[in-house]
Ligand binder design. Structure first.
Ligand SMILES: Cc1cc2nc3c(=O)[nH]c(=O)nc-3n(C[C@H](O)[C@H](O)[C@H](O)COP(=O)(O)OP(=O)(O)OC[C@H]3O[C@@H](n4cnc5c(N)ncnc54)[C@H](O)[C@@H]3O)c2cc1C
Length: 459
């Protein structure tokens, strides 16, 4: 089939998730012709099976806890129960409204939106629904799927986040396999909804990618919330019978539960899509791309979860925008992966940017750290939350890591990312005024202290 004008584009994008659609929107804005190919729902994992629905569940969980804890603030409230049909209607409503908005946004641009499963059939060609879309540039953005372990089949009461998002009942006992971001977020939701929860994590600590102090504080908080967890323990198998699952550990212990949630990470969606045949270099299924998101094949780019690194929606957005600008000849500055903010939305929330203490020591040698307790922060006292802001700086140099934990601390990551990305010195931040009483003050106070002039803190 020869290329016709209506099938030839400046960019053909395979996958309409965070990375793909952001690339399409920015490319269209820059006057490039774009085809966006999506086999499922525009918006991808983040909108339909990830960020948005999970955060709606976490908000419902917070409401349940608020109802339980009213008396702590002198307000007489009682918690009755969680109605999952109501929770799902609320969650689906949020997703539905955003989905409609996104569809309208894509429709309003000069983007050729093509529904169907696409395959890369040549370096510059994606075949979909009987059409051959030829791109001067091709962007691979096919995202990720929930992984399992060898021999661990998903089905029935053994599920991943993809099924757990649609539960129509609150299980009384849940085992969560995996203490990473998705695992601890679901554990937090289930606990607030009334389930008895046990997390199994093979690594020595929960949220092992975070600074060690954050893991310790999260573990303390989870203990207080009576969320059980076993770290440094390996899963060995599960048997399901009737309404229960029996989860076996290598230690010989077994745990009975209503369901097993498998949250052991996400793998790249790259198999059978023609990538390898086109000569694109893959590593364990991930597409390798350089700092300009280019693969080893000229004219083929890759963005989002298929590229090794943080699997976060806003990384996908940033890479998608980057590629559009790169193709348009704007020569955008490369993305600093360490400058991508990370938030884990369990209760308490975790927010971080830059290097952990251990990573900073390895990279910069001499460093200084400071931990400001939320105990000294008025707004955190009002909210009855505990936690801290931990700063890591190069000795006599800029702040290279900010690590925060406590209720609502995710909202503080905006300033933290400016501090890291603008390579601020503690003294630069110390002279900025932080509104009182806010949790944001804790960031200000931590920098005041690190600059040698603590206010509501001991030096
Ligand atoms: C439970 C959960 C919670 C999460 N929470 C957060 C969060 O709070 N914050 C955050 O930043 N990130 C979060 N994430 C991660 C976030 O969802 C991903 O990082 C993001 O969606 C990646 O975007 P992407 O474009 O690379 O891939 P995806 O969003 O997976 O999109 C890929 C798209 O490509 C399509 N596709 C695949 N193959 C083909 C093909 N052959 N033809 C056509 N279309 C194809 C798919 O249908 C999909 O729509 C969460 C993920 C999960 C699972």
């Amino acid at each position: 089939m020869s290329a016709t004008a209506e099938n030839t584009f400046d960019i053909v994008i395979l996958g309409g998730g965070s990375g793909g659609y952001a690339c399409a929107l920015r490319a269209a804005e820059l006057g490039l012709s774009v085809a966006l190919v999506e086999k499922g729902k525009l918006g991808g994992t983040c909108l339909h099976l990830g960020c948005i629905p999970t955060k709606a569940l976490l908000h419902a969980a917070e409401v349940a806890d608020t109802a339980r804890e009213g008396m702590q603030f002198g307000v007489k409230t009682t918690f009755e129960s969680v109605d999952m049909s109501g929770v799902n209607a609320y969650k689906d409503g949020v997703v539905g409204r955003l989905y409609k908005g996104l569809q309208g946004l894509v429709k309003s641009k000069t983007i050729d939106y093509v529904e169907g499963e696409g395959h890369l059939v040549a370096k510059n060609t994606v075949e979909v629904a009987g059409r051959q879309l030829v791109g001067k540039n091709v962007v691979l953005a096919t995202g990720s799927y929930a992984k399992s372990l060898p021999g661990l089949d998903i089905g029935g009461r053994v599920m991943t986040s993809e099924q757990a998002l649609f539960l129509d009942y609150v299980p009384s006992r849940v085992v969560v396999l995996g203490g990473g971001v998705i695992g601890v977020e679901f554990a937090s939701v289930f606990k607030s909804f009334g389930s008895e929860v046990t997390i199994i994590e093979a690594l020595p600590r929960l949220v092992a990618a975070e600074d060690e102090a954050i893991s310790k504080q999260l573990e303390r908080s989870f203990r207080k919330r009576k969320i059980n967890f076993k770290t440094g323990v390996k899963f060995s198998g599960v048997t399901a019978s009737g309404d229960t699952v029996s989860v076996a550990l290598e230690s010989g212990e077994t745990i009975e539960a209503d369901l097993l949630l498998v949250a052991v990470g996400r793998g790249p969606v790259t198999v059978g899509l023609g990538y390898e045949e086109a000569g694109v270099t893959l590593d364990r299924g991930f597409v390798l791309a350089n700092e300009r998101c280019q693969t080893n094949i000229e004219g083929i780019y890759a963005v989002g979860d298929i590229v090794p690194g943080l699997q976060l929606a806003h990384r996908g957005f940033a890479q998608g925008i980057f590629v559009a600008e790169q193709i348009a000849g704007l020569n955008p500055p490369v993305i600093d992966e360490m400058g991508i903010p990370r938030v884990t939305y369990c209760d308490p929330e975790i927010a971080s940017i830059g290097y952990t203490e251990a990573q900073a020591k390895e990279k910069f040698g001499q460093i200084q750290t400071y931990e400001y307790s939320l105990g000294g922060n008025g707004k955190s006292q009002i909210l009855a939350t505990t936690g801290f802001v931990k700063l890591v700086r190069q000795k006599d140099g800029p702040v290279v890591g900010v690590h925060m934990i406590g209720a609502r601390m995710g909202e503080q990551v905006g300033e933290a990312q400016l501090i890291y990305n603008w390579e601020a010195l503690p003294s630069d931040v110390a002279q900025l005024i932080h509104a009182h009483p806010t949790q944001n003050e804790a960031l200000g106070e931590a920098h005041l202290a690190l600059a040698g002039k603590p206010l509501h803190a001991h030096a």
